[in-house]
Design a protein around this ligand. Sequence first.
Ligand SMILES: Cc1cc2nc3c(=O)[nH]c(=O)nc-3n(C[C@H](O)[C@H](O)[C@H](O)COP(=O)(O)OP(=O)(O)OC[C@H]3O[C@@H](n4cnc5c(N)ncnc54)[C@H](O)[C@@H]3O)c2cc1C
Ligand SMILES: NC(=O)c1ccc[n+]([C@@H]2O[C@H](COP(=O)([O-])OP(=O)(O)OC[C@H]3O[C@@H](n4cnc5c(N)ncnc54)[C@H](OP(=O)(O)O)[C@@H]3O)[C@@H](O)[C@H]2O)c1
Length: 549
Amino acid sequence: MSGPASQLDALVIGAGFSGLYQLLCLRDRLGLSVKVLEAAADIGGTWYWNRYPGARCDSESHSYCYFFSRELLEEWTWSERYPGPPEILRYLNRVADKFDLRRDIRFNVRVTAAHYDDKANLWDVVTESGERYQARYLVTAVGCLSAANVPRIPGLESFAGHWYHTGQWPQEGVDFRGKRVGQIGTGSTGIQAAPVIAQTAAHLTVFQRTAQYSVPARNAPLQEEFLRYVREHHDEIREVMRSTPNGHPFRIDRRKAFEVSEAEREAVYEAAWKKGGLQFRASFHDLVLDKAANDTAAEFIKRKIRAIVKDPKTAQALADIDHPYAAKRPPIDTDYFETFNRDNVTLVDLRAEPIERITAAGIKTRAREYALDMIVFATGFDAMTGPLLKIDIRGRDGLTLREAWAAGPLTYLGLQVPGFPNLFTVTGPGSPSVLTNMPVAIEQHVEWITGCIAYMREKGIDRCEAGAEAAQKWGERVNAAANATLLPLATHSWYLGANVPGKPRVFMPYAGGLARYRAICDDIASRGYEGFVMRRAGARPRAAARGFR
Ligand SMILES: Cc1cc2nc3c(=O)[nH]c(=O)nc-3n(C[C@H](O)[C@H](O)[C@H](O)COP(=O)(O)OP(=O)(O)OC[C@H]3O[C@@H](n4cnc5c(N)ncnc54)[C@H](O)[C@@H]3O)c2cc1C
Ligand SMILES: NC(=O)c1ccc[n+]([C@@H]2O[C@H](COP(=O)([O-])OP(=O)(O)OC[C@H]3O[C@@H](n4cnc5c(N)ncnc54)[C@H](OP(=O)(O)O)[C@@H]3O)[C@@H](O)[C@H]2O)c1
């Protein structure tokens, strides 16, 4: 690393929901010198990059926002139940303006390396263009879903048309008119994109490897009556979000699926289908805990698919779902299954005819070649660990994060990694993160990190690092929490890293619920950051308190 380095108290990587709030907390609440480095040309993170057709949030807008400022809540009004990137970006810009955040964010700056200097107790950070920064605290706010996964299908370089990944969508948009479009991938993204692409493309061919459940989103403009309810109930909404496992503004029904009659169960599902949205998952208490209970929801959705899709062979391929409902992140949609009734849409079942290669003219499966002008990769992300491992992060004694995580990510609370002092990972693996309505998890992490740094400064502690034993025990709790649910039964899920060849198969998020997790984090903090190894300036390292319970 060369060149004079800018000296900072804290450096934050990423300017999405996480990085913006982390900047505000460290700069304005603790009075630190802070900079944010962001690879994109503007703020927004997910919403800057994912501008593909049909992109929307699936958290309800009145909950997909910050709750830390009452004034901000009262000033902002959402227009739709599930807004798309333009409106979410307007919201984040409003936040950045209100709190004067832009002056400390550097855009078009990708961090390539971050090395911990043990002697100086500083992080040395280098960017793609060779700029250097030194900071006492390094906070990664790089997102869980920001490293696009373009599968290595042989022949892509020979394709004569254009191809795009939904997570790196061109800012100027893509014109599909008159084009033969191939879409690979039918997760949340593909399910949102296909109906909109089909509206203008000459023909859309959807290549499906794993069939997915989806429930109608029922997106609509928000009515004045609902907006008034939101304005008058911020505290109650916040309370529900903080007390439920997933951070959403609705509670999970207390009843188990078999505590009601079959007719009643059907009526519950029918009502949830009509209402639309992720709330379907909350229809019964045990849907992601008990396979037989889950089967009742799964069968209901499969019946709906068969009823909507007219061509029996296509309906069968779409409803041939091999995992429990919600074991993979459940999508919500606007006319996804209906789209397969259009004359210009074809489904290709890759289980029956796997892709062999991409050719100059299109995609060749085992059965035939599909002629295409454009390919859309809705193939997801190298989730959770990908954005961190793309940076050459080295901790004490030159330990690389890649070595530390060779067998899968090991963290303490998803907040710190043993061997990497003063590195904090917002929504890191081992925290509830992607299993939640993320702004709630983000606020909790950012505030906890801010509290930890405030504590260190107050006590004259200059180094904080996850204890190895505490991290090991936390890893066991993360595994146990996942195994208490049906989530690991979707063996091809990105929660397990299974979508990226060669990635260790480890269930990455903490499935024990956000409310419980918050209580654990608060308890650990109240015990003087139990399980973290803290060092006072000029002193030898010591284990905090009595070790991990
Ligand atoms: C299409 C889509 C829809 C989603 N919808 C929802 C939803 O409805 N509800 C929900 O709860 N969650 C949703 N999510 C998850 C979403 O990622 C989070 O809600 C939230 O936006 C994450 O914010 P973040 O700031 O943590 O990360 P991000 O928004 O991903 O921001 C991370 C930023 O870090 C930057 N970065 C990464 N690496 C580097 C580097 N090396 N150097 C410099 N900059 C770097 C990236 O460019 C990016 O701007 C969705 C995700 C996707 C992909
Ligand atoms: N708010 C929203 O509604 C929304 C929208 C988009 C994304 N998101 C978030 O982002 C996450 C990721 O969603 P995503 O849809 O982008 O990714 P994803 O859920 O990982 O889905 C990727 C799709 O691509 C397929 N695929 C991957 N590699 C392939 C290959 N080599 N050949 C053929 N098919 C391949 C996958 O098939 P397999 O299943 O067989 O691997 C899957 O169908 C979501 O789970 C959600 O958390 C949310």
